[in-house]
Each structure stands twice: as C-alpha cells, then as structure tokens.
Design a protein. Sequence first.
Length: 294
Amino acid sequence: MSAVTQLGYLGLGVRDLGEWRNYAETTLGLQALDGDKGAMLLRMDDNHHRFALHEDTRDDILYSGWQVDTPAALEAIGTRLEAAGVTVTRGSTADLEQRHVRGLIRFEDPDGHQLEVFHGPELAASPMPTVKDGTSFVAGDQGLGHFVLATSDLARTMDFYTNFLGMKVSDFVFQGRLRLGFLHCNPRHHSIAFVEYPGAPKRANHFMLQLDNIDAVGRTWDSVQEGAAPVIVTLGRHSNDEMVSFYMRNPSGFGVEYGWGAREIDDSCWQVTEYNVGSWWGHKPARRPAAAPA
C-alpha cells in the first residue's frame, strides 16, 4: 500500500511574526527566511523549509505536509481517499510554488485538521548552518520531528491515518484519563501522536525538535530557565520513545518539545506496547512563581 514516508512540513498561524522570528532563531536554532504572501519560513536541514508561519489570529497549527516518494504514490493515496468519500483537492501551480513541491493534494481528517500530501520537495541552495555550537537537528529522511494534535475520538483518528496514509501504530500511553496514540512512517518513533481531548482550546498540543547532542539540549534548558521562554514541563525521559527532553511555550501559546536520544523503530521486530506512564523520570509541570506577600 502506498504510504507517506515523513512529516515534511508544518504550517502555523501566528499573531506575531516578529516575536516568532526571534524565538525560532535565538532559542530554537532554526534559520528564518522570508516566504511568499507575507509568510515566514523556518529551515532546519537541507530542505528548502520545514515550517511556514502565516500571520493569523488563531495561533495554532493550520496544516501538516506529508511526503511520498513518487507521483504514483501521491495519486494512489488521493484515489484511496476519494473512494472512501473524502473530498480531495489537487494543488494549483501557485500552491506548488508556495509550498516548494512538485505535486500536492489536500484533504481533512475526521477532526477537520487540514492535511497535505506531496512529492518532490525543493532542496535548499546552500548547506544548513549548524546550530547550538555545531549541533544539528535530527531530520532528513526522518522528517522535521513530530507533533501532537487533539482528537475527539482516538480510535477513529488512528484508523484514518493508518488506513489512508499507510502509517503504522507505534504504541499507546493510557495514564488515568490521559489517552494518547502514536504513529510512525519511518524509523522515527513517531511523526504524529494524538491526545483524546474533545473540545480542546487549541488543535496543537506541541511539536518536537530533536538534536544530535544532549549538551545542546542542556544549554537550551539553562537558557529557558533563565527566561528565554516559559517552561511548561521540566527535563525528563519518556517511557515509549525514551527521549530526554523538556517542553517550553512558544509565542503562540502551545508547546515545543526540545530533546535528544529518541529510540528508533525497526518494523521487522517492533511490538506495539501500551504504557501506563508517560515518563520514566522528570517531565514535571513547571512550578508557578510564588504569589507576592500581601
């Protein structure tokens, strides 16, 4: 079955492009570029860009872009969706130019999230500068990282992404009322995950960037504690992907996970597991400053 091979890009709608530019370059270590129609693009590897930020009051994820290897795979996914009654739109010439790809389709998942599947991403004209004292992002064939979306029905959404995009289940975390499902499309443990949260105030819970050096994560953790960005969750290690990471709040108000050391999946021997705890240690909610004395 034709399947997506990586998370190629994310489109975010943000209120303040200037604040995001400073945050992306100074705290995250991404390279900011000017895009079409007032958009700001963010680069992290040899791809032309991995994020497109559009001026928008929603401060949320607007769309996700999923890569396939060939035009035939793109057409097969579009045909499969249409046969199931999903409305599919083919990208125009202007759309392809804006996304810097050769082919594109658009559709929505059961929760109304906009998805794009594409082939032929444009590569950058020059090598990506290393960040954080010579550190690089873990991206390339594994895609930009992962992101987590709210869903009203976890089982229905997981079925949609596996049946129509060809993704595979990594595992689940069921911890009290918290219900999460994780999906992969390459060796990265998960490229997307869903938290069952009907009526969530934002679609996006967080997106994740992975670095190839834990010291760079540690130095960024120090800078965030010193005020570079608000801390959401402290440094810790996840149970399922084993990543060492922390979470900070971005200028749009949702989370960014910044981490190192995630395990990778070998589909020839992988077994789906259900975890009852999300982290082996750490990952505690940030303490709020004590109230000033009356």
